[in-house]
Design a protein around this ligand. Structure first.
Ligand code: SME
Length: 150
């Protein structure tokens, strides 16, 4: 996965944009097509205290609503920590939007003012598809792309 190329593409496509949903749609599209092992790529947005709702995504349908108390996405939103899940069967409370999902990476996404906008969720049909390097590279890109998001 060439994160430098992805970063350049997103910097060009998102330049000057502050609408969070437009930014999410662009990231979901480009990341989904760039990452060889992501079979579902998208965002869940913070729409109320302790509540996520689906945002722009690529792949099969995703569940619409996730409280911070549930799932891998809820854990990322609740803790503010990246969740790297090599085997979803071993994650207590994993929410299976597709029975084919084997591993997952979920990152919290903040704007530059420190407001939690939502989480970025990557699901793979391959076990252990995501690494610390994926999490670190994507966190750096999200921090820059969503810096001025409203
Ligand atoms: N697996 C996620 C739910 C989102 S669907 O996978 C797109 C979770 O456990 O939070």
């Amino acid at each position: 996965m060439d994160y430098n190329a992805l970063s350049r593409t997103l910097d060009a496509l998102c330049h000057g944009e502050t609408d969070a949903v437009a930014l999410m749609a662009t990231v979901a599209c480009e990341l989904h097509h760039a990452h060889p092992l992501s079979d579902w790529t998208g965002f869940y947005r913070v729409v109320a205290p302790e509540l996520l709702k689906i945002g722009p995504y690529q792949g099969g349908h995703g569940c619409l609503v996730i409280p911070f108390s549930r799932g891998v996405c809820g854990a990322a939103a609740r803790t503010g920590q990246a969740q790297i899940v090599p085997d979803v069967e071993l994650f207590p409370g994993h929410i299976a939007c597709a029975s084919s999902t084997r591993s997952e990476l979920v990152l919290p996404v903040w704007n530059g003012a420190g407001r939690l906008l939502g989480v970025l969720d990557l699901d793979s049909n391959t076990e252990a598809a995501f690494t610390e390097a994926d999490a670190e590279a994507l966190a750096a890109i999200m921090s820059r792309i969503f810096k001025d998001a409203e």
